[in-house]
Ligand binder design. Structure first.
Ligand SMILES: O=C(O)CCC(=O)C(=O)O
Length: 295
């Protein structure tokens, strides 16, 4: 039986200390007032450096083991899709639960370069919801269709959620970087219209004015190790990767501490139910970051 790192609610390796970022003052990780204002106005803020080269390399190595469906720890995943793409000629690797399987993905959750901005954007303490891997191989990487994250999360209330997308490769318009519809975080909640099939399936749920906005998506081009944070109602997706290099990413989804379960069912596969009305907590939903001090 593989080790389940979710039993440990603090770093288990030297992943965070190897570049001595533990000595970096908290202020160095803080978002500026302008960045926070930009997030509230547009629904995202991007270009935030999270990882150094060595850390990116460690995560890439851990990830390469996870691509083998027979790897040690495979029973720990909440979800594992070697290929979730609905297009038989494309591949989208998508999995939830990497933090349970390997030390780098586990320790990343406690990285202040992520936790401090997250607490600023949530305006409170940061609790873990789940992580995700979204990886598109070279040449035949599949799409992630336009969607809002909270469409998938209505079993948790209130909506006080945040997504942090971290590139493990340079992400470009050519290799299927994240795309946003700025300002769509102010729209109502949209229904689920599919994650890995028809890119534009969401159109059926939109008004003509809303669909018009898809003429001008913003491509979030990032260097490997940089992140983009987005609001739970931000409409986003990503196109194919037909370039000669992979486009790999890890995603951390968090909530403001105090978000509760709204379901008697397990919130994630393999996790005991959290009673409706009870706050997320325990082994699978650790507190990652206390509220950031404000002057
Ligand atoms: O990595 C991608 O292309 C999509 C990621 C995504 O949908 C998300 O972070 O919510």
């Amino acid at each position: 039986m593989a080790q389940d790192f979710s039993k440990q609610h603090k770093p288990v390796s030297d992943f965070l200390s190897r570049d001595s970022d533990i000595e970096v003052p908290a202020a160095a990780f803080q978002l500026s007032d302008e960045q926070i204002e930009f997030f509230h106005e547009n629904g995202y803020v991007s270009g935030i450096r999270i990882l150094f080269d060595e850390q990116i390399e460690q995560l890439r190595q851990e990830l390469s083991l996870m691509f083998n469906p027979e790897h040690e720890g495979r029973e720990l995943w909440h979800e594992y899709h070697s290929n979730e793409s609905a297009d038989p000629n494309r591949v989208l690797f998508h999995a939830l639960g990497a933090w349970r399987v390997s030390p780098g993905f586990h320790d990343l959750l406690w990285h202040r370069a992520f936790g401090i901005p997250a607490s600023q954007l949530l305006d409170g303490p940061v609790r873990f919801w789940h992580d995700q891997l979204f990886c598109k191989p070279a040449e035949h990487g599949g799409v992630v269709a336009w969607h809002q994250d909270y469409s998938y999360w209505t079993r948790t209330l209130p909506m006080a959620h945040l997504t942090c997308w971290i590139g493990l490769d340079d992400a470009t318009s050519s290799n299927g970087c994240l795309q946003y519809i700025p300002g769509s975080h102010q729209w109502d909640l949209l229904p689920i219209t599919g994650l890995a099939g028809d890119m534009d399936a969401i159109q059926e749920a939109l008004s003509p004015d809303q669909w018009e906005r898809f003429q001008n998506p913003v491509a979030i081009e990032l260097k490997a190790g940089e992140a983009s944070f987005h609001h739970p109602l931000m409409v986003h997706g990503s196109y194919e990767n037909s370039t000669p290099s992979p486009r790999r990413a890890t995603v951390i989804n968090v909530v403001r501490d105090g978000v509760t379960s709204a379901s008697g069912e397990p919130l994630l596969d393999g996790v005991p139910p959290v009673l409706p009305g009870q706050s997320l907590g325990g082994q699978f939903f650790p507190l990652l970051h206390e509220a950031t001090f404000k002057q």
